[in-house]
Design a protein around this ligand. Sequence first.
Ligand code: UDX
Length: 441
Amino acid sequence: MKLSVIGCGYLGAVHAAAMASIGHEVVGIDVDQHKVDALASGRAPFFEPGLEELLVAGLASGNLRFSTDVEEARGAAVHFVGVGTPQRRDGSAADLTFVHAAIEDLLSIVGDGEIIAGKSTVPVGTAAELADCVSGTGAVLVWNPEFLREGWAVADTISPDRIVVGVPSADGQSTPEGERAADVLRHVYHTATAKDTPFIVTDLATAELVKVAANAFLATKISFINAMAEIAEVTGADVTTLADAIGHDNRIGRRFLGAGIGFGGGCLPKDIRAFAARAEELGRSESVAFLREIDEINLRRRDRAVQLVVEALGGSVFEKNVTVLGAAFKPHSDDIRDSPALDVATRLHGLGANITITDPAAIENARRVSPQLRYVHDRDDALRSADLVIVVTEWDEYRRQLDPVYAASLVAGKVIVDGRNCLNAEAWRAAGFTYYGMGRP
Ligand code: UDX
């Protein structure tokens, strides 16, 4: 099928390349000429494992191309909209400027019977408004939220857990054109539907809500265990053992019970804030009032990490050499948007510590927003002469591949703060380190 993808950021670029890899003819459209040039020459403009291979293969097969001109999208059976919905500068709601611009552009080229499939994360009610703008063009607007995780975006796109399609409905029933659009999307995702991936057809509002509810739930799970970490800290309990123990209950599950410096990135923080802002507009702020608490617990964990470092260094970090392992908001990503890791590093710098920071992928992005820090590419160089080491992003390079005995031979002071509870505390202690975890004795 001929498809277009409007917006070639983390979501759109991966979607375009993945759709080409399963046999579709895809054009990716973005307003950023640099991004389009990079993608068109087979280079991913951001770090995402497996993406470059897909780009190169797609371009070589002729199935994939990129352009800044929306005219190139003319005639596609489905136009996916994957532009960003960042947090507004003047508040916590989502900024829909890019979504409106994308729809506006599409209105000039979209044809009868074509489908506009929104993938961006939007406040509930947005799709219905956009459907009104589209009516009269002969095209149908559906909402098809994306659940991909950075670092696993390619696999999550090609083999998702579930596919959700919100279609126009009347009196609780999908309209005939909605049903037809859902069938077209079944065909688009043929590799997943052939494997019986759950394919949920619903109304527009439910589809929009599925996405924000999923992210709200994940954020809540993380803040729940971080709240338990706070209690563990004043009682001498170990939150890691606690998470293991409650995680054995199938109803709870161990995933996303990793206590530490909390969640960040381009999705969870802004999505829970936008959800709370939307609920307020709907007169239901009390329904998701807990999300503000979730946000606050999350941000408190960064304070706690800073406090641990200060305590571990005897009450002041001033002119102490602190090595920060990690800058990205999570491993397998170069994304530093709302990164707890970089936040902790810059706060310690603000307290007068000499920060040396390293990361396998995110140094260039981090340097752009926090140029005051000292960046070192080589992990071992970064460790040399550290008075204290803090792990803030659980890359394998630090979690698995850093031998504590070897690390002991590099540092000046054997003090380690495990901001992600990802290290083997016993092994670090055995190598002579004083070990501090988050919510662990
Ligand atoms: C998230 C959702 O998982 C994804 O479905 C959605 O489409 C976009 O938002 P992503 O932002 O890529 O994906 O990251 P995710 O893997 O969910 O991690 C988010 C943050 O939570 C990271 O900062 C991570 O370090 C943190 N986290 C995760 C924890 O602190 N503890 C955990 O146990 C798990």
